[in-house]
Design a protein around this ligand. Structure first.
Ligand SMILES: *[C@@H]1O[C@H](CO)[C@@H](O)[C@H](O)[C@H]1NC(C)=O
Ligand SMILES: *[C@@H]1O[C@H](CO)[C@@H](O)[C@H](O)[C@H]1NC(C)=O
Ligand SMILES: *[C@@H]1O[C@H](CO)[C@@H](O)[C@H](O)[C@H]1NC(C)=O
Ligand SMILES: *[C@@H]1O[C@H](CO)[C@@H](O)[C@H](O)[C@H]1NC(C)=O
Ligand SMILES: *[C@@H]1O[C@H](CO)[C@@H](O)[C@H](O)[C@H]1NC(C)=O
Length: 326
């Protein structure tokens, strides 16, 4: 197994410099090779592009928890196959905190990019808003719980009031806290704008902390647009910001297939802190790009004639053929 993998590597390295990037439409990719400190092969590629969506609209908040939980999607994009075939917007309430944290479809929307020199016409906003009786929050997750190994990226920024978390993560539930498998990037708006938290959960179980699970790291400021990346490879979590590795952790790296999620929330508890009534925070996302499902069996890639890269593409979402004709 190892030998065949190395042979493939040799082929890739030999052909890499000979081939120029090509547009996705012209390329029939049989697999994808990621770059970074732990390059790996993946079977699938997905690109969610929120940068040029017609009829952006910022919805008002909903001052009633039950109504917030019943809200419909805010834009036809979220009903379109491009999104809804693989993703769903959550509507459920976490009730264990200082106040309820209610994920509402109302808080995932398409907004106009009003930046000074905007890089896009629109983006997706995930918002959390503090009502006196509860928090109205935002979460999207894959409809499939069966992603095993990923390189997931988003181009995003966090803004708003103290007392919120914005997150990109993998999740697999368990019978007890100790059985949960979860790899998190979390930004806390309570922190300085150059701090991020990277965790292979659980960070505590049965009331006992597991400090090796989590690291607080200095990163480029999250109020600016950044590309965030999480790579899950066998026995290892690696996180990048703007193409540079910022954290790596083998301790409790996820093992079994997982769901992929993004969320923005607060419950007034010790982790998020409380948010002032009438306040809000948000994560704006221009795009999400994911390589997923590689395999424990590199022999699968014996059939991978056209190896592609998203790192060497000319733009987000654009793939480049890096070796072919094997
Ligand atoms: C991956 O390749 C891209 C394009 O060459 C580069 O910008 C980025 O820094 C690389 N990422 C890593 C983690 O090496
Ligand atoms: C999305 O689909 C739901 C269910 O079919 C429908 O009730 C709703 O009106 C649609 N929303 C938009 C904005 O298209
Ligand atoms: C990943 O691969 C496994 C095994 O082939 C498959 O069962 C699962 O559905 C795939 N996941 C996705 C999201 O396609
Ligand atoms: C946690 O990290 C410390 C310091 O690196 C190490 O000595 C210890 O063995 C680690 N614990 C576990 C359970 O891996
Ligand atoms: C929050 O912190 C307080 C005071 O340190 C502690 O009593 C409480 O158990 C903590 N709650 C959680 C959910 O960790």
């Amino acid at each position: 197994m190892v030998a065949s993998h190395l042979n493939l590597w040799a082929t890739v390295l030999a052909t890499v410099s000979l081939l120029m990037p090509q547009p996705a439409a012209a390329v029939n990719c049989h697999c994808y090779l990621s770059n970074g400190s732990k390059p790996q092969y993946f079977v699938n590629h997905q690109f969610l592009d929120f940068r040029n969506i017609a009829n952006p609209k910022i919805p008002g908040t909903i001052n009633d928890e039950t109504a917030a939980l019943k809200a419909k999607v805010t834009h036809p994009y979220f009903n379109s196959s491009a999104f809804a075939n693989t993703w769903a917007i959550s509507s459920w309430a976490a009730t264990g905190g200082t106040y309820d944290n209610a994920y509402s479809k109302n808080d995932v929307y398409i907004a106009t990019n009003t930046d000074g020199r905007p890089q896009s016409k629109t983006y997706m906003t995930m918002r959390t808003y503090r009502h006196s009786a509860f928090q109205e929050s935002a979460e999207i997750q894959t409809t499939s719980p069966n992603y095993k190994y990923v390189s997931m990226r988003m181009y995003a920024r966090t803004r708003g009031l103290k007392g919120a978390v914005t997150a990109m993560f993998t999740y697999r539930g368990g019978a007890t806290d100790a059985d949960v498998q979860e790899a998190d990037l979390e930004v806390l708006t309570n922190d300085n704008a150059n701090q991020a938290h990277y965790t292979n959960q659980p960070s505590s179980a049965n009331g006992v902390g597991r400090p090796n699970a989590t690291n607080q790291v200095t990163i480029p400021t999250w109020t600016q647009w950044r590309s965030y990346r999480y790579d899950w490879s066998r026995g290892l979590s690696t996180w990048y910001v703007d193409g540079k590795q910022v954290n790596q952790n083998a301790y409790q790296a996820p093992v079994d297939p997982a769901t992929l999620l993004f969320n923005v929330w607060s419950d007034g508890g010790n982790w998020t802190g409380p948010m002032a009534v009438g306040g809000s925070a948000a994560m704006d996302v221009q795009w999400i790009e994911i390589l997923y499902n590689n395999t424990d069996y590199p022999s699968q890639f014996a059939h991978c004639a056209n190896v592609c890269s998203i790192d060497k593409g000319t733009a987000p979402g654009v793939v480049a053929l890096i070796s072919s004709g094997r």
